[in-house]
Design a protein around this ligand. Sequence first.
Ligand SMILES: C[S@@+](CC[C@H](N)C(=O)[O-])C[C@H]1O[C@@H](n2cnc3c(N)ncnc32)[C@H](O)[C@@H]1O
Length: 193
Amino acid sequence: MMLERVLPYAKTLLSSVITEGDTAVDATAGNGHDTLFLAQLVGDSGAVYAFDIQQQAVDATIGRLKEHGLEKRAHVILDGHEHLSKYVHGEVAGAIFNLGYLPGGNHDIITKGETTISAIQQLLSKLKIGGIIVLVIYHGHEGGKEEKDAVIEYVSHLPQKYVHVLRYEFINQKNDPPFLIALEKMNRVGGSD
Ligand SMILES: C[S@@+](CC[C@H](N)C(=O)[O-])C[C@H]1O[C@@H](n2cnc3c(N)ncnc32)[C@H](O)[C@@H]1O
């Protein structure tokens, strides 16, 4: 048996909950790899909302979708994920965040704890029961530890009746490898067990 690596495991989780016709969110579009993956899962009748604060990332993501003829399945939005409620209406089946900086881009433009947590809160209220939010947490860069600590503090206090929180991590690797947090919505706030 081989232990699944962090990035493939993120895809395994998303593909277990997102199907044709669903709405999915890529909260950090970057170079568009995850947006493309989500667009493949939701099919022609579904929709992906992808966010990034950098024009370079929006252009790269649209370009990648076009290469695959899937640009009609995604709304690629030049805005922070902390504003996602302005754009995303209805239920979301799955969402992904890749925290950190844009590979090949400006390393000073990074995701931040406060805005990441705001986006997670908004997504939790839109998530289907059984839906999943995946966070791939890169934390070796400047500012990464602060964001990691803030996110861990927030998710570890979510009520278990409402959300199941998984941490998936290789604990003997050097150089701050990324790890994964997955949030599975079990119930609505105030719902029964
Ligand atoms: C690690 S990269 C994402 C990589 C991407 N998933 C890919 O497939 O290439 C993180 C991205 O988050 C973006 N970002 C930073 N703050 C953001 C925010 N508040 N809302 C949305 N995106 C943000 C950065 O511009 C950067 O492109």
